[in-house]
Design a protein around this ligand. Structure first.
Ligand code: PHE
Length: 391
């Protein structure tokens, strides 16, 4: 067995030679400097400080040296590893800061860019108000009735006590439906159909459906009395489109037929309807009027929302909304004319009825301060969206 070699010179172990250690340090430092991002730095770290890095391997050599030489080499390699470690930490900090800055830029959201998502549609306020009106009446036990928009002339007029020569026919300028193959030259081409000028034919339809017994008894007999129905729907008149008129508009018709109904029931119902549309506390009035299908007839007026009547007789405070009248007309109403009851098979000795018809565009205009009918009919989704996504 040979004695330990006390003459052993650590400088002889090439990996521990000062020049060699300095080269390892400068290799590591330039590798860290060359790393352009954290991934590259990680590679450099493994290469220069990992298990198989030259400095690590050199460090392992130290243990085999005699004590004196071990101290020297230990100090040298220790200082080298510290230097490398510090350089690594510095570079790491720099690259992390760069990465953070880049992320901020890459992931920045430019909130001023125009959005390119397809805009969501919206329900038209006329649709939602029809449903709201229906809700108000369904809550009172009424039913919702429907009728066709292309209506028999007889139901639109005659059944409602508006005969062929009745002056009231001209109150409602009518779109007539031409017969097939008609040249439109004269009235003889009429098909007997019109675009309904009001929702009132649904009154006649409902009463007929409820009272009809088929001649041979084979059909469904009518369900009979009483009747409480509401009919919101589209109506047509030959008006030009302007700020307050439209040839296609909407009404809501109401019809109640029962024993003992009076004008008081009509007024109470309409007051409830008005407050559910415009808010509790709205003031209403009935003003005598004329409709062939109701007797007596009235117009239901609402107290002007804007001036609350204060503009009446005060030239200092004119009101554009009500024309300084203090009142705004909402719709027609009255007790169903007994002649209409008879035409529809209802016994006027036993039953009375009331009916009303309100314009829904007007209702919306009042409710939401819409000033121009064009907005209501043009179908611009931006108009409808403003009413929210009520369903
Ligand atoms: N149909 C009438 C109109 O369009 C309104 C109305 C309905 C009046 C029911 C009385 C009763 O003007």
């Amino acid at each position: 067995m040979s004695a330990p070699n006390s003459e052993y010179d650590p400088v002889e172990v090439s990996s521990l030679h000062p020049d060699e250690v300095a080269r390892m340090v400068s290799d590591a430092l330039s590798a860290f400097e060359a790393a352009r991002d954290l991934d590259e730095l990680k590679q450099a770290r493994l290469a220069h400080t990992g298990d198989r890095a030259p400095l690590t391997l050199a460090n392992r050599e130290i243990g085999a040296l005699p004590p004196q030489a071990r101290k020297d080499a230990g100090r040298r390699v220790g200082a080298a590893r510290r230097e490398v470690g510090e350089a690594l930490a510095r570079r790491q900090a720099v690259l992390e800061a760069e990465r953070d800055e880049r992320v901020l830029v890459d992931e920045a959201v430019d909130v001023t860019l125009p959005w390119d998502r397809a805009p969501r549609g919206a329900r038209h306020p006329l649709t939602t108000i029809q449903e709201r009106v229906a809700d108000v009446f369904v809550a009172m036990g009424w039913e919702v009735a429907e009728g066709p928009e292309v209506e028999a002339e007889w139901l639109n007029f005659d059944a409602l006590n508006i005969g062929p020569d009745h002056p009231a026919r001209t109150m409602q300028d009518t779109f007539f439906v031409a017969a097939e193959g008609a040249d439109g030259a004269d009235g003889a081409d009429d098909s007997g159909l019109v675009l309904r000028t009001h929702t009132s034919p649904v009154q006649a339809r409902t009463m007929l459906a409820r009272t009809r017994q088929t001649a041979d008894g084979s059909g469904e007999p009518g369900r009979g009395m009483p009747i409480y129905v509401i009919c919101p729907g589209r109506t047509f008149r030959t008006d030009e489109l302007d700020a307050t008129h439209t040839p296609v508009f909407s009404q809501v018709e109401g019809l109640a037929v029962d024993e003992g109904l009076t004008m008081a029931h009509l007024k109470g119902t309409l007051d409830h309807f008005a407050s559910s549309m415009f808010g509790a506390g709205i003031t209403t009035r009935l003003r005598p009027s004329y409709f062939p299908f109701t007797e007596p007839s009235a117009e239901m007026d609402l107290q002007c929302f804007v001036c609350r009547g204060a503009s009446v007789g005060d030239p200092e405070r004119p009101c554009r909304t009500c024309g300084s009248e203090g009142w705004i007309e909402w719709g027609g109403c009255g007790m169903v004319n007994p002649r209409v009851l008879v035409a529809c098979g209802v016994d006027p000795e036993r039953y009375t009825g009331f009916a009303f018809g309100m314009g829904l565009e007007r209702t919306l205009m009042f409710r939401h301060g819409i000033e121009d009918m064009h907005d209501m009919v043009e179908g611009d989704v931006r108009f409808a969206t403003a009413f929210g996504m009520e369903v």
